[in-house]
Design a protein around this ligand. Structure first.
Ligand code: TXA
Ligand code: MG
Length: 352
């Protein structure tokens, strides 16, 4: 299959592009498109055959549920139901954060085919803020199921080039809207009623931070299981997610990293500052810096996956990632690093 790349330039009519995309989607095709978080691989969420194409293009196992994208609360009919006991919390949260990078897990509605939710009784929904994605949702008039547009288990794409590297020849269309604004996937939450204020459990940290959610309830971060072969409490949260092909090491401090002689290491640095103690550890074969200078965590997030991807292309024996500040979106970045981390010796097959 030939993959058509459509670039959104200054004079491109978004309306025309949205129409062309909506036409393909209405025919049951899948297309890759930018959102404010990462690029998504979208299909008509009401069409099980179209949704099956997402799983096929990504080599995604069928037990990993997708996120469904809507224009807003008005598009939830048949998609999800909002239980009465969390209605007011849901309304307050969506008034504040929709459209935007907040995904909410709700009971599944009757129009959503089983394969979207991997057979679960719940569904993850969000209203994206990206203008083109919204234009396509309007043209199509139906919700879009869309996981990140990478092969299963690989690094999420934040540029159209990264999508091309992952899915060229497997999908008919990629819309190039430039680098994405937030750089990491949406925050996923679950809301439960509680006595005083509602309980908001963060199932996946993201751009809507713990601090931002605090005014809306009691916020709890649910640690995602790692290392278990079975389905963890949060479905689809397999540890292989977000991983580069190159082994990734995540030393908590510089002295926790002991380089092996003769190996080529790359460093994912936060500020590129010698005082952080990592730069002088070894003659690095490659160094990428997330936010040069004083270190800004939001800038680090925007560049995170692209730089990880760049290091992954350098034929290194291992990538060493410096720990990032544990506040704001830094929580999400550290979580992605922990989950992509390599355990054990670098090349277990060779005797040492
Ligand atoms: O920012 C994003 O959320 C991006 C863009 C494209 O919108 N999408 C995204 O989708 O990150 P994906 O498929 O890469 O991640 C979806 C994750 C699943 O792995 C699963 O952990 C969670 O959403 N999920 C989906 N349905 C769920 C459910 N019913 N309950 C709990 N978690 C669910
Ligand atoms: Mg993903």
């Amino acid at each position: 299959m030939e993959t058509k790349l459509i670039e959104l330039e200054l004079f491109t009519s978004h309306r025309e592009v949205a129409k062309e995309a909506a036409q393909l989607l209405a025919q049951g095709q899948v297309i890759a498109l930018p959102t404010e978080t990462v690029y998504g691989l979208a299909a008509d969420a009401f069409n099980p055959a179209a949704v099956a194409r997402i799983f096929k293009a990504k080599d995604r196992p069928s037990h990993d549920p997708l996120i469904v994208h809507v224009l807003g609360r008005g598009m939830l009919e048949g998609v999800a139901t909002v239980p009465e006991d969390i209605e007011s919390a849901f309304r307050r949260l969506t008034e504040e954060f929709w459209p935007g990078p907040l995904t909410i897990v709700l009971p599944k509605g009757p129009r959503i085919p089983e394969n979207v939710c991997a057979g679960l009784p719940t569904i993850a929904v969000r209203a994206p803020s990206h203008a083109l994605m919204r234009g396509i949702l309007k043209e199509l008039g139906r919700p879009l199921a869309a996981p990140s547009a990478n092969r299963f288990g690989r690094i999420s794409p934040t540029t159209a080039g990264a999508v091309l590297a992952e899915l060229e020849g497997r999908i008919p269309m990629i819309i190039d809207g430039g680098a994405t604004r937030d750089g990491v996937e949406s925050t996923i939450i679950r809301i439960s009623p509680a006595e005083k204020k509602p309980l908001i459990e963060i199932l996946r940290p993201g751009p809507v931070t713990k601090e931002m959610l605090k005014p809306f309830g009691k916020v709890k971060l649910v640690e995602r299981a790692r290392g278990s072969g079975t389905l963890p409490e949060v479905p689809g949260q397999l540890d292989s997610h977000y991983a580069p092909r190159t082994p990734l090491l995540t030393p908590a401090t510089p002295s926790d990293f002991v380089p092996e002689p003769g190996k080529r290491y790359g460093l994912l640095s936060y500020r590129g500052d010698g005082e952080d103690g990592f730069l002088s550890l070894t003659p690095w074969a490659a160094i990428e810096t997330l936010s040069p200078g004083s270190g800004k965590i939001i800038e680090a997030a925007v560049r995170f996956y692209a730089l990880l991807r760049r290091l992954d292309e350098r034929q290194l024996d291992a990538i060493v990632a410096e720990p990032l500040p544990e506040h704001g979106i830094g929580l999400a970045l550290n979580e992605r690093l922990r989950r992509a981390r390599h355990d054990g010796p670098l090349d277990p097959s060779s005797p040492s």
